[in-house]
Design a protein around this ligand. Structure first.
Ligand code: HSE
Length: 439
């Protein structure tokens, strides 16, 4: 029988993810040793409170409140970073890589914010940096892009990459689940954003402070990483456009449903030569598209490569066990790949220019003043800015006329300019939502 290697490991953090990894190693350690020829011995685990009771079998001697006990121990070859937050996690990852340790991290914020520095450190020291668990939990999307699509130019990538917001939007769409069409705008509606968020928090899907999820920050970090790898050019976090879901109402969801769309917080990245657009925002997607069926807290990434065509990955993007599944897989990969030259796996081939203007169709909902000439005036303003109306619906309101426009493909800057001219004397703009038809 082949010898089994023992890899001395250090944990930074033993919260939900770290404890999930610990439990999975407890459960699967012997099978992994037999299958993969490697066993992980956790020598030290950084925790905030060494006396706190934990739902893991870690002996007290393993726990430490000092990061140095992990980062400065020459026996520790592999570090699992599961602290979350930008700092001190990013600095700890940098220190571990600098001293030649390989790192597996679940931390998309630290990674997206310090991408260049961490990749360059890994390259310079020959240490490996793995981050599959940081982007869509159990879904092997990083490895798919880097190890299975090398012969492709990836041109477009779409993702539902935040489970919390997908759960909330699915709840807000609940009356229509499974229906081909619905008279939702006039019939039954889903719950409000606030009620859906409350439910997500009660289930532990949303954080007590949900900002990072509901404002699109978490998805933006993941999109920066995904599009950087897909396009092989750094797509910086600060170059992304993002808008969250906090202004979405059941009325928007219901109208969209009537028009044949599901509402998703969609991450969109497109490359055209050296120009890239990357954005995260609420988006209507056609009900016939596979992404429209990704509901609840599930995630999916859908991309086009010039050779592979369309490809979609679907699964659990969060949760202790799904995330631990990706962490342990990366730990094994670090050993199998010899922990050398990790930075090279993510070699960039060029620079791109980030677009600040793009084309889309738009759903525009407004409450217009109900008097002669108002509709004509609004249509005139849109027309003067080159925004062409594809469909229009007016319903009866209470002294105000609810108006719903769907545009043909228009430029973002033109739509913004037109809407800024529509003041209260004509209408109040209630919501503007992107419509992605060309998925
Ligand atoms: N909070 C994230 C989500 C999981 O809801 O998808 C961690 O990135």
């Amino acid at each position: 029988m082949d010898a089994i290697r023992t890899i001395t490991t250090g944990f930074l953090g033993l919260g939900n993810i770290g404890a999930g990894v610990w439990r999975l190693l407890d459960e699967m350690g012997e099978e992994i040793a037999a299958r993969e020829g490697v066993r992980f011995r956790v020598k030290k685990a950084l925790v905030r409170d060494t006396l706190k009771r934990r739902d893991v079998s870690a002996p007290p001697s393993v726990l430490t409140a000092s990061a140095d006990d992990v980062l400065d121990d020459p026996d520790i070859e592999l570090v699992v970073e599961a602290l979350g937050g930008e700092q001190p996690a990013a600095e700890y990852i940098r220190r571990a890589l600098t001293s030649g340790k390989s790192v597996v991290t679940a931390n998309k914020l630290a990674l997206a914010t310090h991408w260049q520095e961490l990749l360059e450190t890994a390259r310079a020291t020959g240490s490996c940096l793995y981050f599959e668990p940081g982007v869509c939990g159990a879904i092997p999307v990083i490895r798919t892009i880097t190890d299975s699509l090398q012969a492709n130019r990836v041109e477009r990538l779409y993702g539902i990459i935040n489970g919390t917001t997908n759960y909330i939007l699915s709840k807000m769409s609940a009356p229509f689940a499974g229906q081909g069409s619905a008279s939702g705008a006039t019939g039954s509606r889903g719950v409000s954003y606030a009620d859906a968020l409350y439910e997500a928090q009660r289930l532990g899907l949303a954080e007590p402070d949900p900002t990072a999820d509901v404002e699109g920050g978490d998805a933006a970090c993941k999109l920066s990483i995904l599009s950087t790898l897909a396009f092989r050019a750094h797509v910086p976090l600060e170059g992304l456009f993002r808008r969250g879901i906090t202004t979405i109402t059941p009325v928007d969801v219901a109208y969209g449903r009537e028009l044949g769309y599901a509402l998703k917080l969609l991450a969109v990245a497109k490359r055209d030569g050296d120009r890239v657009q990357a954005r995260v925002h609420p988006t209507f997607v056609p009900l016939s598209h596979p992404l429209a069926s990704v509901n609840g807290s599930l995630n999916a990434v859908y991309l086009y490569g010039h050779a592979c065509g369309e490809l979609m990955l679907y699964g659990r993007g969060a949760g202790d066990a799904p995330t631990a599944s990706a962490v342990v897989s990366d730990m094994i990969a670090a050993v199998r790949e010899g922990c050398v030259g990790g930075g090279d796996a993510y070699r960039m081939t060029g620079k791109v220019v980030m677009e600040t203007d793009w084309e889309s169709r738009y759903f525009i909902r407004m409450l217009a003043v109900d008097r002669p000439g108002v509709l004509g005036a609004i249509a005139g303003i849109l027309g003067r800015h080159g925004v062409s109306i594809a469909s229009l619906r007016q319903t009866v309101g209470n002294g105000r006329a609810p108006l719903l426009f769907v545009t043909h493909i228009a430029r973002e800057s033109d739509v913004r300019a037109a809407l800024s001219e529509i003041d209260e004397s004509l209408a109040a703009i209630e919501n503007v939502i992107y419509v992605e038809e060309g998925l």
